[in-house]
Write a protein that binds this ligand. Structure first.
Ligand code: SF4
Length: 293
């Protein structure tokens, strides 16, 4: 999931990193400038990252409903699948790094029974199993390969470099006007890349806002520059799992776009402004029953 291919390494080293060095990020757009404009939050509200970055709703009414009216909508199959796959990815990688073995069946029964996913969405289990097995195989293969190249290194040391991942890393976004507790899908601490997983057939430019936002949060808390983001698309073509990565430089334009989105949504919430219903709604929106009933 988070292992780059040879071509992606070339892209990172020969294109993205040189671009970042030649056109460095403006200091005012680094997360550590959270206390001065434009990063300084204008309003005293805290919004979850998914609402800042999501552009499914053309008028951002989802942000208003979630934050002002405290409505939660109805979970559909796509959302249940996304949630199960996120949980599977983080569980497999964390357990592998800790040397723990876990059986998919028992994990699935235990983890998802409370969410009522089993009964409502039959397909979710088989697709999540694909992802579980894929991530497990990738972890084993990368670890074995690294072990074979470093006969004198300890297993711990090989693990730390073969799988250099902070998975589901918890971090506070409050300096940037975000919820106090965010979870970053993955941070590669050797290559300094923030990953965000999307279980989606559609690829949107605005999905890049998620790694951008998390990079800003990392910079605000740890005061280290994070220049590279990556959206990991997980798709299913029939019975085949497809994983595609969109890796990019988190440049000034993306940072400014993220700030605009945050400010716009913070304004709606702080002023309790209902932005209204657009002509056309997102077909899988969890609020269709609220706005279109
Ligand atoms: S149902 Fe339509 S208006 Fe309501 S949140 Fe969804 S996309 Fe926006």
């Amino acid at each position: 999931m988070f292992f780059l291919s040879e071509v992606e390494y070339k892209l990172l080293i020969n294109k993205i990193l040189p671009l970042a060095r030649e056109n460095p990020v403006d200091q005012s757009l680094r997360g550590w400038s959270w206390h001065v404009p434009p990063l300084k939050p204008d309003y005293n509200v805290r919004i979850p990252m998914f609402l800042v970055c999501s552009k499914y709703c053309p008028t951002a009414r989802d942000a208003y409903l979630y934050m002002v009216e405290e409505k939660r909508g109805i979970v559909n199959e796509k959302m249940a699948l996304g949630s199960a796959i996120h949980a599977a990815v983080r569980t497999v990688i964390r357990n592998f790094i800790r040397g723990k073995k876990l059986n998919f069946e028992s994990w699935y029964e235990e983890t998802l029974k409370a969410k009522d996913v089993k009964r409502r969405f039959e397909r979710v289990k088989s697709l999540t199993r694909f992802v579980w097995e894929y991530v497990e195989a990738m972890c084993k293969s990368k670890f074995m390969e690294a072990m074979s190249r470093q006969p004198y290194a300890s297993e711990d040391s090989v693990m730390a470099t073969a799988l250099p991942f902070l998975v589901n890393h918890r971090i506070s976004g409050e300096l940037l006007g975000l919820s106090g507790l965010l979870a970053v899908d993955c941070y590669d601490y050797l290559r300094n890349i923030v990953f965000d997983v999307k279980v989606s057939d559609e690829e949107y430019e605005w999905y890049r806002l998620f790694p951008t936002g998390y990079a800003l949060v990392f910079e605000s808390v740890y005061e280290v520059p994070v220049d590279v983001g990556c959206v990991v698309y997980v798709k299913f073509h029939g019975d085949r799992l497809v994983v595609k990565r969109d890796m990019f430089y988190i440049d000034d334009d993306l940072r400014s776009w993220w700030i605009e989105e945050r400010d716009e949504k913070a304004r709606l919430v702080a002023m309790k402004m209902d932005p209204g219903i657009p002509k056309e709604c997102f077909k899988d929106c969890m609020y269709l029953g609220v706005c279109r009933s």
